[in-house]
Design a protein around this ligand. Structure first.
Ligand code: GCO
Ligand code: MG
Length: 421
């Protein structure tokens, strides 16, 4: 059967409805402080939906994938057939997986869920199965040039009401150690049109990081959740060592202690430490975390809507994780747009095995381009009750912030060897 016939049959079977026909889809690239790629889908009935397609430092690859290869095949389809469209884009590409493909699919998927929820007149979490919790526990990013500054920064987050805080510090002798922001609230590592070069030294970090957490627990006690991101820097053995040294400080998690392309290396870390482990912000499908989950090598899965195929795919990952009591801890850095955050909060409000949500605040300019109805109160984010995912885009304002090429840094060891940033 020709695809056009399939479209027609499926539409007739569903009893539709011209209203649900996709009439237009477009991509907006805007840079209100940092770059965001947004998909907007329109239907014949006038309902529109938006989805985030931002892949930090590689934005135009996804924009072009959408414009050249995805959008032309969407026009005329029934916007209600989210699953079929997902399968069509995933299987239909032949070249499965990968961050560019999966971010493009995710953006379409989230925009379609936005449309479906608007058409149903419901906030998105209701379509997923309803509310499982009152609010979404979030963690903020505290950082400083040294231990003292980071301890002060954590205190500021505690004063703002945060119950969970990620702590990163500069390390003496390491040039631009990962995670140290330039301002107090907004962190943007993609700072240059060509990657800037930062340094790394595992010995120095292993000497310093445990002292940071020692000072934090001495200063603030054990009431707050503390988190730390290894940002793929350690070997499995070094990661095990760090996890062990951090045990007295009872972290909520140690994140990305070592790169996870080879999932089995986590067996070694697991054998040596009970510090909870979180992995997955760079994953894009269930296949990236299948072994980590099935072998219970991690405690939190950090895959996100925007990079892991949208709601349709992320809920499959969450369901697999739930079999092993592994909980979600979705990536939520500022390079994910408010459209990602809004949709993630609906997902988090529903998902039974929710753990925590990362929350880095967007700049005022970003918030103005993406009006939204979620809000922070007392350490939790709350999604709104507006039908859909509650985030829109002001396209006129977006035009005032043209694309501004920026890439993530790279890291090198003291002798010049390339390392993992
Ligand atoms: C985090 C992340 C981010 C990434 C960024 C890359 O845990 O928040 O590691 O800060 O570095 O999303 O674009
Ligand atoms: Mg991280």
């Amino acid at each position: 059967m020709a695809d056009a016939d399939h479209k027609k049959l499926a539409t007739e079977a569903a009893g539709t409805t011209k209203e649900r026909r996709i009439t237009d889809a477009r991509v907006v690239v805007t840079s209100p402080g940092r770059n965001f790629v947004t998909v907007i889908i329109e239907t014949e009935g006038g309902v529109t939906g938006i989805g985030d397609a931002t892949l930090n430092g590689r934005e135009l690859a996804v924009a072009s994938y959408l414009v050249e290869h995805v959008i032309p095949a969407l026009i005329g389809r029934d916007a209600a057939q989210i699953e079929d469209i997902w399968q069509y884009l995933y299987r239909g590409a032949y070249w499965r997986r990968g961050p560019v493909t999966m971010s493009a699919i995710a953006a379409i998927d989230v925009a379609l869920w936005d449309i479906k929820a608007k058409m149903a007149g419901m906030p998105l979490y209701q379509l997923l199965g309803g509310r499982s919790r009152e609010g979404v526990l979030v963690y903020g990013h505290a950082n400083g040039g040294d231990i003292e500054e980071t301890v002060d920064a954590v205190g500021r987050y505690i004063d703002m009401g945060y119950k969970a805080i990620r702590a990163q510090s500069g390390v003496p002798g390491i040039k631009d150690a990962y995670g140290v922001g330039r301002g107090t609230m907004y962190y943007e590592p993609a700072d240059n049109s060509l990657p800037s070069v930062t340094g790394w030294d595992t010995r120095k970090a292993l000497n310093y990081v445990p002292r940071l957490f020692d000072k934090l627990r001495l200063t603030y006690g054990f009431d707050h959740h503390l988190l730390h991101d290894g940002h793929h820097r350690y070997t499995p053995q070094e990661a095990a060592n760090l996890g062990k040294m951090l045990e007295p400080y009872q972290l909520f998690w140690l994140e990305d202690a070592t790169p996870a392309e080879n999932q089995e290396v986590f067996r070694l870390i697991r054998q040596h430490t009970v510090t909870p482990l979180a992995v997955g912000e760079v994953f894009n499908t269930i296949w990236d975390c299948k072994d980590l989950i099935e072998e219970q090598l991690i405690d939190y899965i950090r895959a996100t809507l925007v990079h892991a195929g949208g709601i349709t795919h992320l809920r499959r990952i969450a369901d697999l994780a739930s079999l092993y009591q592994i909980r979600t801890g979705c990536h939520g850095a500022t390079d994910l747009s408010p459209a990602s955050m809004g949709a993630a909060l609906h997902f988090d409000t529903w998902v039974p095995n929710f753990g925590i949500q990362e929350y880095m605040r967007h700049s005022d300019a970003t918030d103005e381009v993406f009006p939204h109805d979620y809000h922070f109160a007392d350490g939790y984010l709350h999604c709104g009750e507006t039908p859909g995912h509650g985030v829109t885009i002001d396209e006129a304002l977006a035009k005032k912030y043209p694309y501004d090429p920026k890439q993530l840094p790279v890291a090198r060891l003291a002798d010049g060897t390339m390392w993992n940033w």
